[in-house]
Design a protein. Structure first.
Length: 445
């Protein structure tokens, strides 16, 4: 028994360095797309400032993505461990992937008419004091993003299939297509309006989907004639609990934007600009950790290597916390300078810089918690405890919404970011205790 434990711990150390190397490579590769995204934001800031048209586009981007965030992201999280298990059994998993894509398209088709029918009523209820012209522009933007709605769902599953094979570079590199398409659309448009943003978004999605399908075909990830009925049923069973959590979690950006929208013109834009740099940093690091660690946890769980699983979890979560803390402290010091350098030109004024910098500083505080939370969530997903993930998401949204609403009355837009950062710290405490309980039970079973 002691020899097995020693081998597990030695294997965990080896896996730790493998995960660290994969995450580092992913982070380095993703720097270029993130820089392109920031360059896109610079162009948009210079063109639109904090205008009503940009508010409508940003809000529509969140709203039209809700069904995808609710179902497809949940399905991807449930799909990856199943694909890893099939790979461990030397089975071709293309049939399961094709079935998952079919399920996604069907669900999105069924959701779209219902979502579009209730959206105008929802906008009127959420924003009774906003002009009818602003609500009409917002609904128009939602209609223009329908192609993105479908293509984004397919792309998420394609990325999941690549992650299950531990092929991570496409997930790091290909999102760079998106900002390039938007910038090109803005440059070739006769006038800068919301249509240029909508066309660029859809064009970027089409290109990204085409490249992903070519990669799936190249690596044979769509091949496989085995009936996926049993695995598809299991996939659906594991997806449903996550859908509940995703349903709740997906409303957090909506809640944040709704509170910001109620604060007056420019509120949503200020919140969005303040989240740009923290989102870029967390996207590089949190995404790198989340994408690379799940297949490794899934492999250990499939082999019942609980000691190695626990050791890997501890090593990665400690490294994530230290890395996030160092990056947060170093970025907080130069927060206003970053905003000024990136956005202060054209319609973006020095007053906008000060407002955005305050929001950005508070958002940065949640970075260490986001990193550590992602490690814990991925381990729970590999273990199949998807209901626990949904429960924590519910608690986090409640804390963020209540605190954001209360703080916004005192601190304006900055108060919204305060509520979000507090909720991330709260989620970390709950996740830490939950993982300890689950691993202890597995080791003694």
């Amino acid at each position: 028994m002691s020899l097995v434990k020693h081998e597990d711990k030695s294997g965990a150390r080896s896996l730790h360095w493998h995960v660290a190397r994969s995450a580092t490579q992913f982070a380095i590769l993703s720097i270029i797309p993130k820089c392109l995204s920031i360059a896109k934001d610079v162009v948009i800031a210079s063109t639109f400032g904090t205008s009503a048209a940009l508010d409508a586009y940003l809000m529509a981007f969140v709203l039209i993505g809700l069904p995808v965030a609710i179902f497809v992201v949940s399905q991807q999280t449930a799909l990856i461990p199943l694909l890893v298990k099939q790979r461990e059994l030397n089975c071709r998993s293309g049939s399961l992937l094709r079935s998952a894509i079919t399920q996604t398209i069907v669900v999105l088709i069924l959701c779209l008419p219902f979502w579009l029918s209730i959206l105008p009523l929802g906008l009127s209820a959420l924003y009774p004091n906003v002009s009818a012209e602003a609500r009409t522009l917002l609904f128009y933007a939602c209609l223009g993003l329908i192609p993105y709605y479908f293509l984004n769902g397919i792309n998420i599953l394609a990325y999941g299939a690549l992650q299950a094979r531990k092929i991570f570079w496409p997930n790091a590199v290909l999102p760079g297509i998106f900002p390039i398409a938007i910038v090109i659309s803005l440059l070739i448009s006769d006038e800068a309006d919301i249509d240029a943003l909508l066309w660029g978004t859809c064009a970027g999605s089409v290109t990204e989907t085409a490249v992903l399908l070519c990669l799936l075909i190249r690596w044979g990830l769509l091949e496989g004639n085995v009936s996926p009925r049993e695995q598809s049923t299991l996939l659906l069973q594991r997806t449903i609990p996550l859908v509940i959590g995703s349903l709740v979690a997906s409303f957090l950006p909506v809640i944040e934007n709704a509170i910001a929208f109620s604060l007056g013109n420019g509120g949503v834009s200020t919140l969005a600009y303040g989240y740009k740099v923290p989102a870029a940093l967390s996207s590089v690091l949190v995404t790198a950790v989340g994408i690379t660690v799940l297949p490794h946890f899934a492999s250990l769980v499939a082999a019942d290597r609980w000691a190695a699983c626990k050791a890997l979890y501890r090593r990665i979560i400690l490294a994530a916390g230290i890395m996030g803390g160092i990056l947060t402290i170093s970025t907080l010091v130069i927060s206003e300078e970053i905003v000024s350098l990136l956005f202060q030109r054209g319609m973006f004024t020095p007053q906008d810089t000060m407002e955005v910098a305050r929001v950005q500083q508070v958002y940065l505080l949640q970075l260490p918690f986001l990193l550590m939370n992602m490690v814990a969530i991925r381990l729970l997903a590999a273990l199949g405890h998807n209901g626990a993930i949904s429960f924590i998401a519910l608690l986090q949204v409640l804390v963020a919404g209540i605190c954001g609403l209360w703080f916004s009355a005192k601190f304006g837009v900055q108060g919204i970011s305060m509520g979000t950062s507090l909720s991330s710290g709260f989620a970390f405490v709950v996740l830490w205790f939950m993982v300890r309980v689950v691993i202890s039970r597995k080791r003694t079973a």
